[in-house]
Design a protein around this ligand. Structure first.
Ligand code: NAP
Ligand code: F7E
Length: 351
């Protein structure tokens, strides 16, 4: 039985990855943070504290800022594979908490790599580092591939840039199987509610059921390459099964605006949006009722924006036989909206 250690197991990707690895008969160890409120909801399929247990799934308290804890957990679990998914992953928040973001997302990666080296596990343990399309930031070419130069635009992007290079450096210096997955935006029913896609699908469900008046958004013209998280975690696993340690771009190769995401999502709940005005004065009107249901709010703008991202997934398609077209943009929206309506996450909500 293979042993995997997942940092960030309570996150969107960590929870899907844990399920995938359990299906593949792994012993899965996940690191969770101590929290005063329950933070294991995304693990409900495989674990409910004190209620439901999977004998191959083990949770341990830890934190990426605590080197001794990281070393002890790796020593105790002796993993064949480590998936380093833990991060302060919100780009806008990284402008408010740049030092913490650097510590967790940048130096945190070093802590994992150095622990593996100190414990003399370099030959046994393969490491996946959750790198990101935010490395491309102010894009230097379109689409972005493994050879496109980086130009990060946020403390998050810069911290992840350190994570990317230190992973590559340990691979080259110590011959470790340590790889970067340069993943473009990927979303799902489990996406954090403060990311734009989930904020929109939840708001559409609530507005359609009369539980919310308006949705406040930032830059409607930002363009992203949005995929489905469940498809992307499969690729993380494939990268660690590959013969040689290599970095891969994971993306759909399609780009859409936030505005388009809004329009399609609201259509899914039967609302046609008409746009009026410009910039911060732009509003989205429900064509049928004439009510303003979308407003632009400056507080959601970022000090430096990543205007567009679109990846070229050909290397992963060729070498890993990964299917970048498995879930389409429209299917992704349908899944998220259906979940948010069914979940009836529809308690009265003030933005
Ligand atoms: P997420 O939902 O925000 O999950 C982040 C995870 O990291 C959570 O489990 C969180 O724990 C944990 N975490 C945060 N700070 C930590 C700390 N100091 N010590 C230990 N754990 C900590 O993120 P995601 O969307 O699943 O993304 C997974 C990884 O891929 C992240 O590294 C992200 O930066 C990267 N990435 C994501 C995307 C995307 O589009 N989703 C694209 C490219 C790269 P709590 O639950 O306790 O907060
Ligand atoms: O923003 C714009 C915003 O926060 C997408 C993380 O998983 O993917 C994610 O980072 C776009 C940006 O994701 C709102 O300005 C407009 O241009 O959903 P997001 P992100 O910043 O792209 C990358 C690949 C990661 O690695 C990150 O970890 O949407 N936008 N209005 C808004 N964004 C938010 N959050 N909220 C708004 O109201």
């Amino acid at each position: 039985m293979k042993i995997a250690l997942i940092t960030g197991v309570t996150g969107q990707d960590g929870s899907y990855l844990a399920e995938l690895l359990l299906e593949k008969d792994y012993q899965v160890h996940g690191i969770i943070r101590r929290s005063s409120s329950y933070n294991l909801d995304r693990l409900d399929e495989i674990h409910i504290e004190g209620v439901k247990k999977n004998e191959n799934f083990h949770l341990h308290y830890g934190d990426m800022t605590d080197s001794m804890n990281v070393i002890r957990l790796i020593s105790e679990t002796q993993p064949d594979e480590i998936y380093n998914l833990a991060a302060q992953s919100h780009v806008k928040v990284s402008f408010d908490m740049p030092e913490y973001t650097a510590d967790v997302d940048g130096v945190g990666t070093l802590r994992i790599l150095e622990a593996v080296r100190i414990l003399k596990l370099s030959e046994k343990t393969r490491i996946y580092q959750a790198s990101t399309s935010e490395l491309y930031g102010k894009v230097q070419e379109v689409p972005q591939s493994e050879t496109t130069p980086f130009y990060p635009r946020s403390p998050y992007g810069v911290a992840k840039m350190y994570g990317f290079w230190i992973t590559k450096n340990y691979r080259e210096s110590y011959n470790m199987f340590a790889v970067n997955g340069i993943l473009f935006n990927h979303e799902s029913e489990r996406r954090g509610e403060e990311f734009v896609t989930r904020k929109i699908t939840l708001a559409a469900a609530r507005i359609a059921y009369g539980k919310q008046e308006k949705l406040y958004l930032g830059n409607l013209d930002a363009k992203r390459d949005w995929g489905y998280a469940k498809d992307y975690v499969e690729c993380m696993w494939l990268m660690l099964q590959h013969d040689t340690p290599e970095d891969f771009v994971i993306a759909t190769g399609e780009m859409h605006t936030v505005r388009e995401f809004v329009e399609k999502t609201f259509l899914e709940v039967g609302i046609n949006i008409k746009w009026e005005g410009e910039g911060v004065n732009e509003i989205g009107i429900d064509l049928k009722t004439g009510k303003t249901i979308i407003k632009v709010e400056e507080k959601y703008f970022r000090p430096a924006e990543v205007e567009q991202l679109m990846g070229d997934p050909s290397k992963a398609e060729d070498l890993l036989k990964w299917d970048s077209k498995k879930t389409s943009f429209d299917e992704l929206i349908k899944k998220m909206v259906a979940f948010d309506i069914k979940k009836k996450n529809l308690e009265v909500y003030e933005s």
